[in-house]
Ligand binder design. Structure first.
Ligand code: CP
Length: 317
């Protein structure tokens, strides 16, 4: 099947979505990230992989973690990094997305990292860039957030070993979550035997069971015996209507608290892609508790984004 992310040799040419990527590509990224983590532990933070290359970060939506860790990753690889302030750019004067891209290509762009509220925007860009220019999706609408899923897979592998014996529960607003979609594709591709999604019916996509997951509507039932719990924020910015009575009501039935976490395995880890809404999908004692690896996810995100950037640049291909 044609996959615009892979070149004719089956190598990663763009990173747009986890869907359709083979396990060998996901493992290549995780293994390369592990090399950067090891190098960092040995005091080697700076690498020359991207020396002389120009990377443009285009964040049409807000971001704290993704944007900053991409910039750190690119700088650690010695790239020339340009992060456009979209609200102060000519986008505000009506310039189209593709005109912006072509102008930045004329300045010598080698790679674009794009976050956009419209699902599919990074695909559109990837179809129109010059050969050799790479596009990375940093989150598009409710569609995909591949580097978040990859750093989540890195975190799970770090704490739990390989995926073959794990049960992972993803809790909350699955319907609007690009993170959940990407995580589900990554977990099933990497061989995780049981991926659970736990949510009210109104916050689940219609096709969710076709994605190879087990659906639970009861949080206590869904958490029993799991190795990994991923809590998700309510994506209010993507909700058109009233899908929930209130945030308080959501917390009552789907909020992750200490009593509920006790239903998971005693050594279960708690993850969250951030930003968190404390007291809604996750209570503070859990978010800051011993089982939480939420800030470790952020730290691993640097190495994972270094790996993606380096592989796409072909530096060591
Ligand atoms: N997880 C995530 O995408 O966070 P930001 O929106 O802060 O980048």
């Amino acid at each position: 099947m044609y996959n615009p992310q892979l070149n004719s040799h089956g190598e990663l040419a763009h990173l747009l979505t986890i869907e359709g990527l083979p396990a060998r590509v996901l493992r290549q990224i995780l293994d390369r990230a592990a090399e950067y983590v090891t190098a960092g532990e040995q005091g080697v933070k700076k690498h020359n992989d991207l020396a002389g290359k120009s990377v443009f970060n285009l964040f049409f939506e807000n971001s704290t973690r993704t944007r900053t860790t991409f910039e750190i990753a690119q700088k650690r690889l010695s790239a020339d990094v340009f992060s456009l302030n979209i609200s102060a750019s000519s986008t505000a004067k009506g310039e189209t997305l593709l005109d912006t891209i072509h102008n930045l290509e004329a300045m010598g762009a080698d790679m674009f990292v794009v976050r956009h509220s419209e699902s599919g925007a990074p695909f559109l860009i990837a179809r129109h860039v010059r050969p050799g220019v790479a596009v990375v999706n940093a989150g598009d609408g409710r569609h995909a957030h591949p580097t978040q899923a990859l750093l989540d897979m890195y975190t799970i592998r770090h704490y739990k070993g390989d995926f073959q014996n794990l049960t992972v529960a993803i809790v909350g607003d699955i319907l609007h979550s690009r993170v959940a979609r990407s995580q589900i594709h990554a977990l099933t591709t990497l061989g995780c035997p049981e991926v659970r999604v736990i949510a009210p019916k109104t916050l689940l996509p219609r096709d969710v069971e076709q994605m190879g997951v087990r659906v639970f509507h009861d949080l206590d039932e869904g958490l029993r015996g799991v190795d990994v719990v991923v809590a998700l924020r309510l994506q209010n910015e993507r909700m058109n209507g009233a899908l929930l009575p209130s945030a308080n009501e959501f917390n009552k039935y789907y909020g992750l608290n200490e009593a509920r976490l006790a239903l998971a395995k005693p050594d279960a880890i708690v993850m969250h892609p951030g930003p968190m809404n404390r007291g809604v999908e996750i209570d503070t004692p859990v978010a800051d508790g011993k089982q939480a690896v939420i800030l470790n996810q952020v730290t691993f995100g640097i190495a994972v984004r270094m790996a993606v950037t380096s592989i796409l640049s072909g530096a060591r291909a």
